[in-house]
Unconditional design. Structure first.
Length: 164
């Protein structure tokens, strides 16, 4: 069975977001046929959507998995549910948001999943942590993650969260 490299974006702005992300990173390492190989530092960012919600804490995790993209998505969504994720308004507050960003160099577009994640190239809270861990990583279209992150500058007012 082939090992795949997957990158997952994590975000939370409810119910002790830092603890939500720290626990989720541990839980990612326990998913079936999957192990956490690297995780970024934690970052704070302003919400993309409605401003009447707390700032987010974000991170990116690198996984080695033998699951298919859709099987991994199922596991990520089940993990969100264990964190009592409620899908209310679009871009609204949440206890845990897990986005499958990249899966090897696959391009996929099915009703449940688009790879690479269609918004990732415009999100500093995804690109900056990803470039931190994998500065030479390229998207399937050939764009280098670090170059895209640099081009976004300080959009989203991203700040590294100090260690506890």
């Amino acid at each position: 069975m082939k090992h795949h490299r997957a990158w997952v974006g994590l975000g939370s702005n409810l119910a002790d977001p830092r603890s939500q992300l720290e626990l989720a990173l541990e839980e990612l390492d326990q998913l079936p046929l999957t192990r956490l190989s690297i995780a970024s530092r934690l970052y704070t960012s302003r919400p993309l959507g409605p401003r009447d919600q707390p700032d987010f804490i974000n991170a990116v995790a690198g996984l080695e998995t033998r699951l298919s993209p859709l099987a991994l998505l199922d596991q990520l969504q089940a993990l969100e549910q264990r964190h009592r994720r409620v899908r209310g308004r679009h871009w609204g507050p949440r206890t845990l948001d897990l986005d499958l960003l990249l899966f090897d160099q696959e391009c996929l577009s099915v009703p449940r999943l688009t790879l690479p994640h269609p918004e990732m190239a415009r999100r500093a809270f995804v690109l900056v942590p990803l470039a931190e861990m994998a500065p030479d990583l390229r998207l399937p279209d050939g764009n280098e993650v670090a170059t895209l992150a640099q081009a976004l500058g300080d959009s989203g007012n991203l700040k590294v969260l100090p260690n506890r």
